[in-house]
Design a protein around this ligand. Structure first.
Ligand code: SRM
Ligand code: SF4
Length: 558
């Protein structure tokens, strides 16, 4: 065990900023009032993350701004905290209105079941946060070194226990929220902490917060639409029919890595046992607390829970966890195998007879484009006010709790706006990409702007070999951080340089296995000719119903 770690003199700069921030306040209020610059200073950049926001600039406009000797075109991205992804029709209307008035107008559904606004200039930050508050929503802890938005399987409750599981996203999120009132103070004109007063005590986060971001997702077998094994804590619901028992708990998943830094890597989590539902909140809390105390606070690239486990050993970590819990984890229970992680597009009925409809949203961008007018459709459905909205971890939207009598009205709105499931081939429906350019400062190549074109080319190859009706999970990220979870795709592209990607193959369709590097750096021509060759071989040589991911794993990497 590495005991040399986290000496005060070696701590990263961010650690100092957190502890000096008086409960995430710093001088963020003052900085937001300074409209001479659209930017904030380094401390502000770190602290604002805990309030769900990142300062960004439009990278497409950097050269033009430099030529004109102007500051870059700074604005803020704000990510909401929506555990489980549910909002009401009224909340959706309010969000869209706020985004049209004060942000880019394009709401982005993220890979963690929430939404983001882009392009909020400094002067509009408080008004937008106040809009969220008026809608009963917030952005607390949507980013930063804390527990992030908690995901849960978005499929409707086919049996009663699924509905109970869904509530745990909210419960866990609230249980792990920071106690600081800084959010209300800075953004909502809430009561100010008098100067000289200590910040609120926080038993979990103390004054140093976690060493790094912390993510929890709940999967309800046989669906793994949250990619549960890639979270710091992946919970797998255990139950049957009416009766929800608890969760199998997996820890130490994560995808982020850095090109050329071998100490960083994507990691699948390890299952450590079963927890009954009444103890689940405490187990999540205590796992975060062990990571708080043992995680690497010197090197942020090695600070996630996955590295803590590999440094200290799973046995040590679980031993420490059980010491704090005061009991041993029970052995993991048998659960149905995961069968897929795509969304259940179209109609599904729940155990109460209510209807749900999942519609495709390409890369989660709620926009009217190519006669597929999802933004207008969502607006009209929300105005008609007969259902709720649920964002999925695959960046799509599900319309929830629709009564039988409202189905014809709903279908007529969809058809008027060109929203049909059959318009897309299965590979496109299941494809994902991260934001990347132009807003993401870390992007090395295109993400969501390139996905539609790339998928069209993959589809052409599938058509050539007569396998268009079979989905191949295709994901693109603009850099190795893995926000679009491309490390789990059957065809995964990871941005390396403009127009160049690492091609990763061999992920499975169910989201259980990480893929492997096949080409270190390739342009589109090379990637497509590689896929052409492999799809040709796959079509002739696959065994039974073998997926493309399983085929490439078996023939290239086994
Ligand atoms: Fe992410 C950083 C976008 C899901 C791993 N991610 C970023 C930032 C904030 C860039 C930055 O640090 O300045 C991106 C903002 C882009 C923009 O312009 O909006 C960004 N991440 C996203 C979103 C919006 C992608 C999307 O298109 O949907 C997703 C928002 C999720 C949410 O609602 O909370 C998003 N990010 C993920 C996921 C997938 C997941 O959680 O299921 C991952 C991989 C899983 C994981 O965490 O290991 C992920 N994002 C990262 C990392 C690498 C973390 C690491 O352990 O190394 C970074 C970089 C960092 O933290 O330093 C990052
Ligand atoms: Fe940005 Fe990289 Fe995340 Fe894509 S994967 S949004 S490029 S940090």
């Amino acid at each position: 065990m590495d005991t040399e770690i986290n000496k005060p003199e070696n701590l990263s700069d961010v650690e100092g900023m957190k502890t000096a921030s008086r409960g995430l306040r710093g001088d963020l209020s003052e900085q937001m009032e300074n409209l001479l610059t659209g930017n904030v200073n380094e401390e502000g950049k770190q602290l604002i993350k805990f309030h769900g926001s990142y300062v960004q600039d439009n990278r497409d406009r950097r050269a033009e701004r430099d030529d004109k000797k102007l500051e870059w075109a700074y604005s803020f991205m704000i990510r909401l905290r929506i555990p489980g992804g549910d909002v009401s029709a009224q909340q959706w209307l309010g969000l869209q209105e706020s985004c049209d008035d004060k942000a880019s107008g394009v709401i982005k559904i993220t890979t963690r079941q929430t939404v983001q606004f882009h392009g909020v200039v400094k002067a509009r930050m408080k008004p937008v946060m106040k809009d969220f508050d008026a809608l009963g929503l917030d952005a607390i802890s949507a980013c930063g070194d804390v527990n992030r938005n908690v995901m849960t399987g978005s499929n409707p409750a086919i049996v009663r226990f699924h509905a109970e599981v869904h509530e745990y996203a909210q419960k866990i999120s609230e249980h792990l929220l920071p106690t600081s009132k800084a959010y209300s103070e800075i953004w909502l004109d809430g009561e100010k902490l008098p100067s000289g007063h200590e910040a609120e005590e926080d038993p979990l986060y103390q004054n140093r917060y976690l060493p790094r971001k912390f993510k929890i997702a709940i999967a309800i077998p046989p669906h793994n639409d949250v990619d549960t094994f890639m979270n710091d804590v992946g919970l797998i619901a255990v139950g049957e029919g009416e009766y929800f028992e608890g969760f199998n708990v997996a820890i130490g998943g994560g995808l982020g890595a850095t090109h050329g830094n071998k100490k960083t890597y994507p990691r699948r989590s390890d299952i450590i046992g079963f927890v009954p539902k009444d103890k689940a909140l405490d187990v999540c809390w205590q796992i975060a607390a062990v990571q708080r105390d043992y995680g690497n606070r010197e090197d942020r690239k090695l600070a996630r829970l996955k590295y803590t486990l590999d440094r200290l050993g799973l046995g040590f970590f679980v031993g420490e966890l059980e010491k704090r819990l005061g009991y041993k984890m029970e052995p993991a229970r048998n659960v149905p195998a995961f069968t897929h992680r795509g969304d259940a597009f179209g109609w599904v009925q729940d155990y109460k007879g209510q209807w749900y409809y999942t519609a495709f949203v390409e890369s989660g961008r709620v926009i009217d484009e190519n006669e597929y007018n999802i933004k207008s459709a969502m607006q009209e459905i929300a105005e008609a006010n007969f259902c709720g909205f649920r964002f999925t971890g695959n960046q799509n939207v599900m319309f929830t709790y629709i009564a039988e009598k409202d189905k014809p009205k709903f279908e007529s709105i969809l058809s008027r706006h060109g929203i049909t499931i059959d318009a897309m081939n299965p590979t496109r429906r299941e494809a994902m990409a991260c934001v990347a350019l132009p807003t993401c400062p870390l992007a090395l190549a295109e993400g969501q702007r390139y996905l539609p074109e790339f998928v069209t080319k993959v589809e052409a190859l599938q058509e050539k070999y007569g396998i268009l009706s079979r989905p191949i999970t295709t994901r693109i990220t603009g850099c190795p951080n893995g926000c679009g979870r491309s490390y789990l795709a059957e065809i995964g592209l990871v941005g390396k340089n403009p127009g160049k990607y690492v091609l990763r193959l061999g992920g499975d369709y169910e989201g259980e296995r990480l893929n492997t590097v096949y080409l270190e750096e390739a342009d589109e021509t090379e990637i497509l000719s590689t896929l052409d060759n492999l799809l040709n071989k796959y079509t002739s040589n696959k065994q039974g119903t073998e997926s493309f991911g399983d085929y490439t794993q078996r023939t290239l990497f086994s």
